[in-house]
Design a protein around this ligand. Structure first.
Ligand code: NAD
Length: 304
């Protein structure tokens, strides 16, 4: 019997490729543009992407795909409505990135309050600006965690270990989850009012698009710090920029942007913004696990 064909359109670790090859004919072609994908997609039963490839309605409607696999959590780079209309399953690998994204969030939180990237830059420029980099301690500060799913929950647990007060907002989780990790739950406005640092861990959906907008910044404490390791569109970048300029927000750390790569995004010109190029999932462990998880999910979906 001829094997079904899978196109791997973004980089995937070899552990996952090996699993796919046992059951399927695998072709790896990365960096394809939409037009190129439209031309070749009818040859495949399955497509696997990470975040670089945007799986548009045009690609989907020119395909005979049975399944689209996203090697990661968020499926916002896939037109899920278009896939559903054609009966194409969309599967993801939600469990592999959790610790990687959580640990990057913590790294950015320490970097923010102690100005580590700015101090590093300064000393490499030959300066010794001891007085410029007066930081804050995390101990006893209040961390607001918006979205208490896999990543948010791990961040909350570790923040408590650092002696922080943790307040969570997530309208969809069971009360028992918050009780289990012993954090206070609040509504969004209460969280914004009391937090010294706010970290975002929701998916990007129609409901969470610009969840943090001009109104929300108004409610926040002066001198608040913001971390976004989830998805760019959750914060209105224009509102964030204005509130960094007027010093309502003391600093922010971004791993994700409304447009990626962010190119000439004015946020990157501000000294109190630290940024990383969407590396939340970029650990050796996560990349290996994500490739295995998505390979198994795609094979399972093809077998029905
Ligand atoms: P998850 O689905 O386990 O958790 C998301 C949580 O957000 C859920 O508990 C859900 O109830 C909550 N939520 C949904 N809508 C909400 C709203 N309007 N207000 C408050 N809470 C809301 O997802 P996860 O695995 O924890 O991932 C969280 C985010 O991190 C996703 O956006 C994901 O794409 C992103 N992520 C980014 C990277 C990176 O490289 N930076 C890596 C992994 C995950």
């Amino acid at each position: 019997m001829t094997k079904r064909k899978v196109l791997v359109a973004d980089k995937l670790s070899e552990e996952g490729i090996n699993i796919l090859q046992k059951e399927l004919e695998v072709e790896v072609k990365t960096g394809l543009k939409e037009d190129e994908l439209v031309k070749i997609i009818k040859n495949y039963d399955a497509l696997i992407v990470r975040s670089a490839t945007k799986v548009t309605r045009r690609i989907i409607e020119n395909s005979y795909l049975k399944v689209i696999g996203r090697a990661g959590v968020g499926v916002d780079n896939i037109d899920v409505d278009a896939a559903t209309e054609r009966g194409i399953l969309v599967v993801n690998a939600p469990f592999s990135n959790t610790i990687a994204a959580c640990e990057l969030t913590l790294g950015l939180m320490f970097s923010l309050v102690r100005n580590i990237p700015q101090a590093n830059q300064s000393i490499k420029e030959g300066k010794w600006e001891k007085n410029k980099f007066l930081g804050l301690e995390l101990y006893k500060k209040t961390l607001g965690v918006i979205g208490l799913g896999r990543i948010g929950k791990e961040v909350a647990i570790r923040a408590k270990g650092l002696g922080m007060n943790v307040v969570g907002y997530d309208p969809y989780i069971a009360k028992s989850t918050a009780a289990q990790i012993k954090i206070k739950m609040a509504n969004l406005d209460e969280l914004l009012k009391v937090s010294d640092i706010i970290t975002l861990h929701t998916p990007l959906t129609k409901d969470t698009y610009h969840l943090i907008d001009f109104r929300e910044f108004e409610i926040m404490k002066k001198g608040v710090y913001i971390i976004n390791c989830a998805r760019g569109g959750i914060i209105n970048e224009r509102a964030l920029y204005d509130n960094l300029i007027n010093q309502k927000v003391a600093g922010c750390a971004l791993d994700v942007f409304e447009n990626e790569p962010p190119e000439d995004n004015p946020l990157l010109k501000l000294p109190n913004v630290i940024a990383t190029p969407h590396i939340g999932a970029s650990t050796k462990e996560a990349q290996k696990m994500v490739s295995i998880e998505i390979a198994e999910e795609v094979i399972k979906a093809l077998k029905g």
